[in-house]
Design a protein around this ligand. Structure first.
Ligand SMILES: Cc1ncc(COP(=O)(O)O)c(C=O)c1O
Length: 453
């Protein structure tokens, strides 16, 4: 499929006008970027007609592949009715019907959904709801937050405050609000990389100490359940999330589950919290909610939290927050079509089965000299590359080894995007084992080709 513009012309216009997200533009302007003009199933197609397997689900959101007839059709049908109408002062059919569907799949204690349009808005809303909840119930002193090291919750100010990543956020540190941080369960980079149970206990002890000392001032603990994605696919040992839930309850602190990356089937369950039977007080979802088609996000709350915002408007308990495209009708229609496909194709079961095949493929990488650690939960994979395996010595970041490997796999027809030197694999949940094999072979070849002397 060719574009009406030449690749050279598209690249020239891109360089002239665009500022790309999370991209060192000095390098970008010296590169010849792929220009995607179409897609089909698991493939993205560039302006020269080359096809690439979408190994990162177009930034972790695609679920069923691209140009899925059922979702395309649902959006077209909605277009014939209305593309968007505001939820401020009006209700709109698809947002109502989607809410009814969502309530059947989220943890049972969650009873209300507040829509927005990105992961960062979903988390920002959760933080504001948590703070205002305590304000409304007469405990305004509970206004502080606890986050985890290496966590990521988005790029708005609240999200950067609670998910503070020095590489991304250092220039903004002066404008971020105070947050107490508990260590993450980054077992591979801990003092005891062979003892996850010990790392888990140490991390829980840190959190316990924070809550014991400051719990009466803390509104909420925010966690990415099971996998800290953008931090490098850091996986929490079994029981960690459950213990965090118990501790927050004990100290009268709300638990916010940021399921933006792990939600909608990524870990083999619809929501990661389900693995440990955890019911958070607030839960954030985005990315996969529309199958990766359109921007939509959701923040879910308990009845108890919702009720604290009721009362006469003069009492000042209202949640004065909203976005123009909140609950967009086309996005809600896509989300419902995506949920239909989850059911029709028994997708969660498929993810669990294909994850086992994926683990076997990953096992083959273990012996490679520069593979330090492989972390996997369902369809979330991080392969941490190191200069020296025995000592876990990282590569010099200036070498940009992760980026180089991801660039190199393109010649095998695969798109990947790293997190530093962690090569990330986040395929659409519907990807077949044969395509997973192709991606893994490409990674295997290019990682094996790294010089190791
Ligand atoms: C856990 C988590 N929360 C929030 C976000 C932010 O989502 P968005 O990029 O849609 O704002 C991300 C994005 O990667 C994420 O992984």
């Amino acid at each position: 499929m060719q574009s009406s513009h030449s690749t050279a012309e598209l690249r020239r216009l891109d360089r002239q006008h665009l500022w790309h997200p999370f991209t060192p533009m000095s390098l970008w302007n010296k590169s010849d970027p792929l220009v995607i003009v179409a897609a089909e199933g698991m493939h993205l197609i560039d302006s020269d007609g080359n096809r690439y397997l979408d190994g990162v689900s177009s930034l972790w959101c695609n679920v069923h592949g691209h140009r899925v007839p059922e979702i395309d059709q649902a959006i077209r049908a909605q277009l014939d009715r209305v593309a968007h109408s505001t939820l401020l002062g009006l209700a709109c059919e698809p947002s109502i019907l989607l809410a009814d569907r969502l309530m059947k799949i989220v943890p049972r204690n969650l009873k209300k959904v507040f829509y927005s349009d990105a992961g960062a808005t979903a988390t920002e809303i959760a933080f504001k709801l948590a703070a205002q909840y305590w304000f409304n119930v007469g405990r305004p002193e509970k206004s502080e937050f606890v986050g985890f090291a290496e966590a990521y919750h988005g790029d708005t100010v609240g999200a950067m405050s609670i998910g503070r990543m020095p590489t991304f956020h250092r220039p903004y540190f002066p404008m971020l609000f105070k947050v107490r941080f508990s260590p993450s369960t980054y077992v591979y980079r801990s003092q005891t990389p062979d003892d996850p149970a010990r790392v888990k206990e140490q991390c829980l002890a840190s959190l316990r100490a924070i809550l014991q000392e400051h719990g009466r001032k803390i509104a909420a603990v925010c966690i990415e359940p099971l996998v800290q994605g953008a931090g490098g696919m850091i996986i929490q040992p079994e029981g960690f999330l459950r213990a965090v839930r118990e501790m927050t309850r004990e100290h009268e602190v709300l638990l916010i589950a940021d399921e933006v990356a792990v939600g909608f089937g990524r870990t083999g369950r619809m929501f990661a919290c389900e693995h440990e039977g955890v019911e958070p007080d607030l839960m954030c979802a985005a990315k996969g909610i529309t199958g990766g088609y359109l921007p939509l996000a959701a923040t879910f709350a308990t009845q108890q939290i919702f009720d604290a915002f009721l009362g006469d408007p003069s009492e000042g308990k209202t949640f004065y927050h909203g976005h123009t495209y909140t609950g967009n009708a086309l996005a809600c229609a896509a989300a419902m079509a995506s949920l239909d496909l989850f059911e029709k194709r028994d997708l969660l079961n498929q993810v669990r089965q294909k994850s086992l095949a994926l683990s076997q493929m990953l096992d083959r990488l273990k012996a490679l000299p520069h593979v330090g650690d492989i972390r996997q939960k369902g369809f979330m994979v991080g392969i941490e590359l190191v200069e020296e395996k025995a000592t876990r010595k990282p590569f010099d970041p200036r070498l940009r080894i992760g980026a180089k490997v991801c660039q190199a796999v393109r010649k095998h027809g695969v798109i990947l995007r790293p997190l530093g030197d962690v090569v990330v694999l986040m395929p659409p949940l519907a990807m077949e084992v044969s395509d997973l094999e192709k991606i893994m072979n490409a990674v295997n070849n290019e990682v094996a080709a790294l010089k190791h002397d």
